[in-house]
Design a protein around this ligand. Structure first.
Ligand SMILES: Nc1ncnc2c1ncn2[C@@H]1O[C@H](COP(=O)(O)OP(=O)(O)OP(=O)(O)O)[C@@H](O)[C@H]1O
Ligand SMILES: [Mg+2]
Length: 469
């Protein structure tokens, strides 16, 4: 039998078990009752046969039955009559030969046409007998009644059992519901309020379900504590990075200031010193931007809200690509903008940084002569900004959006890269409720940023698409 016919749920298993038990019990009780009834009726029949009065010589019994005699020479002769017959008839040869084989005690013999008879041979060599059919009729009737009772009982147990088992398992369902709700909570990051608990009524340790409920509640308590500890420690680290970056700003500004002062001072300084001061100034600048990046990331991680005003993304892209043309005259810069201005809600400075980082990557991580295409478009209420270059592509296996992830080429080191640029792109786009993705093969690298439009753009875009002229 295939396994999918087996009951699967606990409920079905319990009900099936009840039915099997009930049926087995009924069969045993019924079997014993039928056997006892049979033995009792046979005993009665045997007594009745023994007590049959011998008929006057030459005449048959008054009642139907079998009446024969064994002659001294061993031959048998007699009559048989079934209920409903007008009169007895003589025993046939087959019936006589069947009777001849019967031992003397009470015995059942099949007489063929007239059916089974219970016969007794007495000391006078008389064979007396009565038909067995009335006894067997009663026994079979009993068997059928019992069988019907078993079927009806099994059906009743199936119905009532389902209700009973279902009610008994309701607490288990409640515990399972709690577990399911917890499993759907986003626990992997941030501050998590793990308030879900199994209801008190299902935490009685004297019951089976209560034990599970209690254990689950304890476990949820531990998990809640662990998550809180994780969040606290994350917050402390973030706070530390934010504080450290903030504190570094002032001394860095001082270093830059003094370096600049030295550069501008009228007094001649030896060329070596001038060079050294130039390096100090440029490294201080680099460190300033690193510190600013770290501070921004720490703030975004802490969920600090950004400015949210309508930003004209078309204008912004135009400006940033213009800056890139100046910074990278060796590259070819292409730009595709939709006719209508694209407006997104957001923080103009941070969005400027996003586009700037993407374009500066396309400039610093590709050789001169590379073509960089910036494309801005609106689809289904989302703004898509892509920056594509035909440079060598991103080194394989580099998780570019991870912090401090950078291709280890001497080019990027020389360009003073830190590997924070794309982490900032990802964090800022995330804070704008957007998405960023990258596809890169040698010869084609595309960064795609998708942002919400503000309602104004959506409408103007719709007008634009419904009216192609
Ligand atoms: N357009 C691109 N073509 C090839 N490689 C790229 C491109 N953009 C990014 N990469 C690779 O991804 C790495 C990570 O970029 P990311 O902007 O995060 O850091 P970075 O440019 O190295 O440093 P910075 O913090 O100064 O931006 C780069 O070091 C570079 O190896
Ligand atoms: Mg970069």
């Amino acid at each position: 039998m295939s396994s999918n016919l087996r009951p699967r749920t606990l409920r079905a298993k319990l009900v099936a078990g009840q039915i099997v038990l009930l049926t087995a019990l009924c069969l045993v009780i019924g079997g014993v009752a039928v056997l006892a009834l049979h033995a009792f009726l046979m005993g009665n029949l045997d007594r009745e046969i023994t007590n049959l009065k011998p008929p006057p010589p030459g005449s048959p019994y008054g009642a139907p039955g079998l009446n024969a005699i064994i002659r001294p020479d061993g031959t048998i002769q007699g009559t048989v009559e079934l209920p409903g017959w007008q009169e007895p008839r003589r025993l046939t040869a087959e019936e006589i030969s069947a009777l001849a084989a019967v031992p003397s005690g009470p015995h059942t013999v099949d007489l063929g046409e007239v059916g089974e008879f219970r016969v007794v041979t007495d000391r006078m060599m008389r064979i007396k007998g009565l038909p067995l059919a009335p006894v067997m009729d009663v026994v079979w009737q009993m068997v059928w009644i019992l069988a019907a009772l078993v079927v009806a009982g099994a059906a009743a147990v199936a119905l009532a059992g389902r209700v009973i088992v279902r009610r008994a398992l309701v607490p288990l369902d409640r515990v399972a519901d709690t577990a399911t709700r917890v499993s759907e909570l986003p626990l992997h990051e941030g501050e998590v309020a793990l308030a879900e608990r199994v209801p008190d009524e299902d935490t009685d340790p004297r019951t089976e379900v209560g034990k599970v409920g209690l254990a689950l509640n304890k476990m949820l308590g531990h998990i809640g504590d662990a998550l809180k500890a994780r969040h606290d420690s994350e917050t402390r680290v973030r706070q530390f990075v934010a504080n450290a970056s903030h504190e570094l700003r002032t001394p860095l500004a001082a270093i830059r200031g003094y370096a600049e002062l030295t550069r501008r001072s009228a007094e001649e300084v030896p060329p070596q010193v001038a060079h050294a001061m130039g390096r100090v100034e440029s490294e201080a600048l680099r460190m300033t931007s690193l510190v600013e990046d770290l501070l921004l990331l720490a703030r975004l991680d802490a969920g600090r809200p950004l400015e949210s005003e309508d930003v004209d993304l078309s204008r912004l892209v135009l400006d940033v690509v213009g800056d890139a043309r100046i910074a990278g005259p060796g590259h070819s810069w292409k730009l595709a903008l939709p006719e209508d201005p694209v407006i997104v809600p957001g923080d103009v400075q941070r969005l400027h940084q996003v586009i700037g980082n993407l374009l500066s990557n396309a400039r610093t991580h590709t050789p001169p002569g590379t073509t960089v295409t910036t494309d801005l478009s609106v689809h289904n209420g989302r703004v898509d900004l892509t920056v594509t270059d035909d440079g060598p592509g991103i080194p394989e296996g580099l998780e570019v959006f991870e912090r401090f992830a950078r291709g280890d080429s001497s080019r990027s080191r020389a360009a003073g890269s830190t590997g924070l640029g794309l982490s900032i792109v990802a964090a800022v786009v995330g804070a704008h409720d957007g998405e960023v993705s990258v596809e890169s093969v040698p010869g084609r690298t595309t960064f795609a940023v998708s942002l919400r439009t503000s309602r104004r753009t959506g409408r103007s875009q719709q007008e634009h698409t419904t009216d192609p002229g």
